[in-house]
Design a protein around this ligand. Structure first.
Ligand code: GLY
Length: 277
């Protein structure tokens, strides 16, 4: 008998205060799997729970660009390598549902205003994902830019800091990082960077998108699994590619079990205790 398994997380740097969100999202996905639903639908509905939680940096409550706009990224990838993603999409409630609509087209990635227009054509109503907290985050970020108190990986920009992506294996959704130019796209909607799935398993990562893209992190972890490493060993190996001051989190699942590795606190949920070392 195949026992369903789902992993969810609230982003590298998320703490115990949002652990309930990872658990509720995982429970939602598991419910779908237990009723015979498809893994893709379980991942979508789990991510919708995370996007709808205003405490998390995806969907409602996403980080703002430095001009005060919210532009979101989301992606899905199936074991058969079918993928759909959106980047810098605005004014939709659930970017992951739009990514699913993209997956049904001949394309993989739609961006910006055209992604938003595509969403409208598919019936996604206009929605403002900002919250008082996302406005407060922006004020804090602008203050850090003015003070020049920036982490090492962000100095080149004179601004661009931390993180947060929520994801379930084979899916991810994010409002981006703390300091962002309008139009910036992170790792989350990039196949091979923010997520990868294939016959050997699936990988989803969180952290600083620019650093993740440079390492093609999800594909790199997937390839190690395909070479025979356990998901835990592959995730741990992936983490060694980054210095400690770059927040990174990795979740990976295979038919034999799962692995999770993060250099920060990360609210995380696994529906079964099959961590495979
Ligand atoms: N990992 C989220 C981002 O960099 O956009």
């Amino acid at each position: 008998m195949v026992r369903p398994l789902i992993l969810t997380h609230c982003g590298a740097g998320s703490d115990r205060s949002v652990q309930d969100a990872a658990e509720v999202a995982g429970a939602r996905g598991l419910e779908i799997l237990r009723h015979g639903g498809k893994a893709l639908d379980a991942v979508i509905e789990a991510i919708v729970v995370l996007e709808d939680d205003p405490r998390l940096n995806a969907g409602t409550g996403s980080r703002m660009r430095i001009d005060g706009r919210i532009q979101m990224d989301a992606a899905l990838m199936n074991w058969d390598r079918e993928a759909g993603s959106v980047a810098a999409i605005e004014e939709v409630k659930n970017p992951i549902r739009v990514a699913h609509d993209v997956l049904k087209t001949p394309h993989i990635l739609l961006v910006g205003r055209d992604a938003t227009e595509f969403a409208r054509s598919k019936g996604h109503a206009a929605y403002d994902p900002s919250t008082p907290e996302s406005r407060r985050h922006l004020e804090e970020s602008l203050e850090k830019i003015r003070n020049g108190r920036l982490p090492r990986y962000a100095r080149k920009w004179k601004g661009v800091a931390v993180h947060d992506t929520v994801g379930a294996v084979a899916g991810s959704s994010t409002g981006g990082v703390a300091f962002m130019l309008p139009g910036r796209v992170g790792d989350s909607p990039i196949v091979g960077a923010g997520l990868y799935a294939g016959p050997r398993g699936a990988v989803s990562v969180t952290g600083i998108g620019e650093e993740i893209i440079k390492q093609v992190l999800s594909k790199s972890v997937y390839d190690r699994i395909a070479d025979g490493l356990s998901p835990q060993a592959a995730a741990d190996r992936g983490l060694t590619l980054f210095p400690d001051d770059v927040p990174i989190g990795i979740i990976a699942v295979t038919s034999r079990g799962w692995g999770e590795s993060c250099n920060r606190d990360m609210a995380f949920f696994a529906s079964a205790a099959r961590r495979t070392f």
